[in-house]
Design a protein around this ligand. Structure first.
Ligand code: MD3
Ligand code: FE
Length: 207
């Protein structure tokens, strides 16, 4: 399907992954979660738990606890290196990201139907010239994105299973979040809920 220009720097590919690709990606994610179990991230300083559960694949993974937000090469609970990124994710980056270096991290968010993600910016990476690429699986989410200052106008977008969304240019530092999950809108996952994958560059390319 042709991409939709949602806002400057925001491109939406509805149904980028077909039904069979979604099923095989979920199979691969199940194996990843076996090697790198979902953990509950906590807010810096307060330790308040997120409602979203997380894990990662790729060379680096995003973690959050009382010490702060950061990328690290190992799982915060098992100490094991993150599993490799599935080939289909690398291909999605090649097809959609328009960036000449491969992704280094893939954050895997799991939303139960009651989970939310408040408006925030993604700024723990050193390279903001690379886009962030998001892939959605399972129940549809109501996603919200604004500008680069808190409190400005926002737009709302539904993200369905198989959709891809890229954030580059002026959208790279935009505030964004997940308002709610539409439980039962997809039958891809055995339980209600949603998985979001975000592919990221973390460090500046050296050469
Ligand atoms: C816009 N995830 O993991 S994906 C996150 O659906 C995150 O799980 C949401 O926000 C989710 O940080 C939203 C869409 C997204 C991801 C990263 C962005 C939008 C973005 C980075 C910059 C601007
Ligand atoms: Fe984010």
């Amino acid at each position: 399907m042709a991409p939709l220009a949602v806002a400057p720097g925001v491109t939406h590919w509805p149904g980028y992954l077909d039904a069979a690709e979604q099923v095989s990606l979920v199979d691969e994610l199940r194996e990843i979660a076996r090697q790198a179990p979902f953990f509950t991230p906590r807010m810096p300083k307060t330790g308040k738990p997120f409602s979203v559960k997380m894990t990662n694949c790729g060379a680096l993974g995003w973690v959050s606890d009382e010490s702060g937000y950061r990328y690290q090469p190992d799982h915060p609970e098992t100490g094991a290196p993150w599993p490799a990124m599935p080939a289909r994710l690398l291909r999605a980056w090649e097809e959609l990201a328009a960036y000449p270096h491969p992704p280094q991290a893939c954050l895997i968010n799991f939303y139960e139907p009651t989970a939310r993600m408040g408006l925030h910016q993604d700024r723990d990476e050193q390279d903001f010239s690379a886009p962030v690429l998001s892939l959605s699986l399972g129940d549809t989410a109501v996603f919200r994105i604004g500008g680069t200052v808190r409190g400005g106008r926002t737009i709302s977008l539904k993200l369905a299973s198989g959709d891809a969304l890229a954030f580059g240019g002026e959208a790279r530092l935009a505030y964004h979040g997940i308002d709610r999950i539409l439980a039962g809108s997809s039958s891809l996952l055995p339980q209600a809920g949603r998985i979001n994958l975000t592919l990221r560059r973390v460090t500046k390319p050296s050469g």
